[in-house]
Design a binder for this molecule. Structure first.
Ligand SMILES: Cc1cc2nc3c(=O)[nH]c(=O)nc-3n(C[C@H](O)[C@H](O)[C@H](O)COP(=O)(O)O)c2cc1C
Length: 213
């Protein structure tokens, strides 16, 4: 075994107090997200999304967060991808943000819904044309013979839609994760981290509590 057990670091950057956390987790997320953005990270909207297949096997992958509000957290993808099939089977998902330079993580658990076609159209057409064509070229998560097959498909769809707007593919759109639980974690010295959890109370409000690290 490669012994890396003595790689360790103390977390000393800040504290999180359940008393001063916002009453709702979206406001708290917004405050932390804005603070993170101010540090100019290379890809501020990056997050991990986990879903489960029909055997209960968890899968995860990096996605880009494209918007959030009280309704939930939105990302875009191919509805026929592995994640799309898993979400069709089991509508529960989790998001994870790790902001290492601030010694923070945020977890979100909840149920997904597809966003409206209208909202998907708006976002799809705001993307660079090549990315729109890429959505047509890629049968995401399905096997490919080789790289050339993908490039040939890209060239074919580029030709097909030449001189016209690229339409939104029927299999492409957005999901919204509607949070049931959110947790904010701030690293602390001696592994005495701060954790504040919010649970939806079922009436549109939130219960907030501190957790052991
Ligand atoms: C930085 C980064 C951003 C990504 N953003 C997205 C995204 O917004 N939507 C998406 O479908 N895949 C995105 N991907 C690719 C996914 O991680 C994943 O490979 C793909 O969605 C297929 O996942 P699946 O087979 O589990 O469905 C991104 C990957 C990286 C590394």
């Amino acid at each position: 075994m490669v012994d890396i057990a003595d790689i360790r670091k103390e977390y000393t950057q800040g504290r999180l107090d359940e008393e001063t956390c916002a009453p709702d987790p979206i406001t708290q997320f917004h405050a932390w997200f804005e603070q993170y953005r101010e540090t100019n990270p290379p890809e501020p909207t990056i997050m991990t999304m986990a879903s489960c297949d029909e055997n209960g096997q968890p899968w995860q992958r990096i996605l880009l967060l494209k918007g959030y509000d009280e309704q939930g957290f939105v990302f875009f993808t191919n509805y026929e991808s592995n994640k799309g099939q898993q979400l069709a089977e089991n509508g529960k998902a989790a998001l994870h943000f790790f902001w290492i330079n601030m010694e923070r993580q945020v977890q979100i658990q909840g149920e997904v819904e597809k966003i409206s076609r209208e909202d998907a159209e708006r976002y799809f057409h705001s993307r660079p044309r090549e990315s729109q064509l890429g959505a047509w070229a890629s049968a995401q998560s399905r096997p490919l013979q080789n790289r050339q097959q993908l490039e040939d498909k890209f060239a074919a769809v580029s030709e097909q839609f030449e001189g016209q707007d690229v339409p939104l593919p029927g299999y492409w759109g957005g999901y919204r994760i509607k949070p049931q639980r959110m947790e904010f974690w701030q690293g602390g010295a001696h592994r005495l981290h701060d954790r504040v959890e919010y649970n939806a109370d079922g009436n549109g409000g939130w219960q907030k509590q501190r957790l052991n690290p």
